[in-house]
Design a protein around this ligand. Sequence first.
Ligand SMILES: NC(=O)c1ccc[n+]([C@@H]2O[C@H](COP(=O)([O-])OP(=O)(O)OC[C@H]3O[C@@H](n4cnc5c(N)ncnc54)[C@H](O)[C@@H]3O)[C@@H](O)[C@H]2O)c1
Length: 362
Amino acid sequence: MAENKKLKIGIIGTGGIAGAHLANYKKFPELAEIVAGADIVPGKAKKFFDKNGMSNVRCYENHVEMLENEELDAVSICTYNTQHAVCAIDALNRGVHVLLEKPMSVTLEEAIAIREVELKSGKILSIGFQPRFDPNMKMIKHIVESGELGDVYYIQTGGGRRRGIPGTGSFVKKETAGIGALGDIGCYSLDMVLNAIGYPKPVTVSAYKSDFFGKNPLERPTSYEKFSVDDFAAAFIRLENGTVIDFRIAWAMNIDSPGDTIILGTKAGLRIPSTDCWNGTVGGPMTIYKTIGKTNMEYQVPLLESKTDLFELKIKSFLLAVLKDRPAPVPTSEIIINQAILDGIVQSAERGREVEISIPEI
Ligand SMILES: NC(=O)c1ccc[n+]([C@@H]2O[C@H](COP(=O)([O-])OP(=O)(O)OC[C@H]3O[C@@H](n4cnc5c(N)ncnc54)[C@H](O)[C@@H]3O)[C@@H](O)[C@H]2O)c1
C-alpha cells in the first residue's frame, strides 16, 4: 500500500472500548481517518460519533451495509465476543484489513474460520492485545529467550479479583460474551506466558469452571438471573514441547490473589507479581531465583514504564502494518493457540474430564 496514503477506517461496534480506538486513531491524522461506523443498536453509532465531535462520520446499523457502501481500508471490530467472527470474516471477505478486539473469538471453530478467510484474503488481521506493547511483557519474553532460565518446564499463571465482575452488560451474558472471566482477562495471562515461550501448541487440557458469584442473589440481587458465563476457571494445560501451564482466573473469589505468575526453568525461576485487578499488567518488580554453586541468589528486574500509552501503540502498529506491508503485530498464527486453550478449558470443564486439543494446519 502507498506509504503516503491515508487509510479510511470504519468502527464496528460503538460501545465501551470503541472510545479508546477512536481516541487513538485521532492521534494519527496523517495516517488514518475514521469515515464510518456501525452499531446494531439504532442511533448508537450516531450518538457515539456526535459525542466525540465527529458528526461527519457516516453511521450504519448493519456492518455489512457499511462494508458494502464504504470504500474502507480497515476496520476496528469492537463488538462483543460472539460477533467477532462474523464481523471479521465479512470484512476480510471484502478486502478490508482488520484490528479485532480480544479475545479472538468465543470458540476454536470460529478462530479457525477467521484464520482461513484471513489467509485467503491476504489482508492483515491483528488481535487487540495491547499488553504486548508493555516493556515489562517484552522483558519477560527477553528473559526467557536469553536462556537465563534454562529450559522452561512449568508455568503457573492467571490472576483475579476478590470482587470484580464487570457490571450487568454484554460481558456477563452468554449470548453476547460467550465466555466470562476466561475471555475477558484469562486470555491476557495466557498471552503473557505463551508469547514469552514462543506459543507452542497445546496437547491436552483438564479444566474446571464455575459461576458461584455471578449467579448468587446475595452478590448480585438484581442481575444474578441474567449471569450466564464463567466467573472462575482453572486448568492444567500440557503443551507440545513438554511444558505445562497451571492456570486460574477469577472475576470474583474469596481470597486476595490466586498467586503470582511463576516460570520455572532448569537454570532459574522467574516470579512476575500479580495485580489486584488483573488486566494484563505486571504488578511490581519481577524476581529471578538462581542457585550458583550452593548459594541461593535472588535478583530483581525493575518495573519498566512505557513512554507511550499501550493502546496508542496498538493502533499505531496496526496502521503501520497496513501502510508498510508489515506482518500483523499480534498475529492469528499465535492467538489461535490462545483461543484453542480457552476453548479446551470450556470443553473440558463441561465434560468433566481432560480433553485433547487439535488445531488444524491452515
Ligand atoms: N483491549 C482492551 O483493553 C479491551 C477492553 C474492554 C473490552 N475489550 C473487548 O472489546 C469488545 C467490546 O467490549 P465493550 O466493552 O466495548 O462492549 P460493549 O457491549 O460496550 O460494546 C459492544 C458494542 O458492539 C455492538 N455490536 C454487537 N454486534 C454488532 C454488530 N454485528 N455490528 C455492529 N455493532 C455490533 C453492540 O451493540 C455494542 O454497542 C469485547 O470483545 C471485549 O473483550 C477489550
